[in-house]
Ligand binder design. Structure first.
Ligand SMILES: *Cc1c(COP(=O)(O)O)cnc(C)c1O
Length: 359
């Protein structure tokens, strides 16, 4: 088939896109994707299987996932004054927001570096994306944000706090100034909330703010469940765009089940946060390495001149997969991103790093 037909028929932004790249990790220690490294114990698995057997997969799932929403409200202490919308991962919610706001000429804005899906999904929806560089220390550049807002009139601003890939939270006062200044909607993405010290739910007092969360980083990445929290007026509109059965029956039942064991996940999170501090310390002792503070389940590190790619590749040969960020944004030169694993995985990572750096 000639390329010309693709060229002629497909949307140009689709032809231009690289698509989401996810490296194969078969047989690797996987420290690249901010997953919770712990599997469920046998008792819990047995109870889960029991619950799954009650699902009638010949029937469509509950289109509103009411039971699951009730559990989410309870666990996250979300009051009935706020509405909820569920997505097949928060990725789907980002896509839905972009589609909903894709009026001709509309702009999506986010600080950068930040979560890559904001830009990818904005482009796919035909929106223009404007990235505003963070400061050198990865704080929001308030002045630059306010200038960009005045210039671009963004329909939608994404603020991930804690931010991926920089691991830090943004200053609440600066977030507030952005919320007050923008004519559009601000979505605060709290994907890493389990690993942070405070939430931003109180920002819902502003009627142009929505809060987005996910169960992925807590430990349920495979189930694909994200949620949007905010005013009914907004969410009712977005709900028209949502595919009716986007949360499948197995996910509804499994997430519901998992939330009954919330304390089990909370315990894993406490463990991962403690191990994060230990790993921060160990990485910080490597010669010339600069590690940045983290309120997430991953660590951003800057290596001495031009070592990042080599270290990344050498780790891969030793079956340890992390993320190399060098070359993805000027502020991330010489940077690696490392997800906190189990104590054993972290120890193997450190041993491998010592071996590589001692060569
Ligand atoms: C991982 C991540 C998400 C996506 O989460 P899913 O619910 O798994 O789609 C959203 N935002 C940020 C900042 C993330 O790092």
């Amino acid at each position: 088939m000639g390329d010309s037909r693709l060229e002629f028929l497909l949307r140009p932004e689709l032809r231009a896109a690289a698509g989401y790249q996810s490296p194969s990790a078969v047989g690797m220690i996987k420290l690249d994707a901010m997953e919770n490294p712990y599997v469920w114990d046998e008792t819990m698995k047995a109870r889960w299987f029991e619950r799954l057997q009650q699902v009638d997969v010949n029937r469509y799932p509950d289109p509103q996932a009411l039971q699951l929403k009730r559990s989410l409200r309870e666990v996250m202490a979300i009051g009935n004054e706020h509405a909820l919308l569920l997505g097949n991962g928060s990725d789907e919610i980002i896509q839905l927001l972009c589609l909903a706001l894709a009026r001709p000429g509309a702009v999506v804005m986010a600080p950068e570096p930040s979560f890559v899906m904001y830009e990818q999904l904005a482009h796919m929806a035909g929106l223009r994306f404007v990235g505003v560089p963070l400061c050198e220390d990865f704080a929001l550049d308030e002045a630059a944000m306010l200038v960009a807002i005045a210039r671009e009139n963004p329909a939608l601003i994404f603020l991930a706090s804690p931010n991926n890939p920089t691991a830090n939270v943004f200053d609440r006062k600066v977030i507030e100034d952005i919320v007050r200044a923008t004519p559009g909607l601000v979505v605060i993405d709290e994907a890493y909330l389990p690993y942070a010290e405070a939430d931003a739910l109180d920002f819902l007092r502003y009627d142009n703010v929505l809060i987005m969360r996910t169960l992925s980083k807590l430990g349920l990445a495979g189930l694909r469940l994200g949620l949007l929290i905010g005013a009914r007026q907004w969410l009712c509109e977005f709900d028209k765009l949502r595919l009716p059965y986007n949360i499948n029956a197995l996910t509804q039942v499994s997430a519901q089940f998992a939330l009954e064991y919330y304390s089990f996940f909370a315990q894993q999170v406490r463990r991962i946060k403690r191990d994060r501090e230990l790993l921060l310390e160990s990485l910080g002792e490597l010669p010339g390495w600069q590690v940045f503070p983290s309120e997430s389940n991953f660590i951003l590190a800057r290596l001495p001149g031009n070592q990042a790619k080599g270290v990344f590749e050498a780790l891969k040969v030793m079956h340890i997969l992390i993320k190399c960020l060098d070359g993805t944004h000027p502020l991330l030169h010489d940077c690696l991103r490392i997800t906190v694993g189990t104590p054993e995985e972290n120890a193997r990572l450190m041993a491998a790093l010592h071996q590589i750096l001692d060569r």
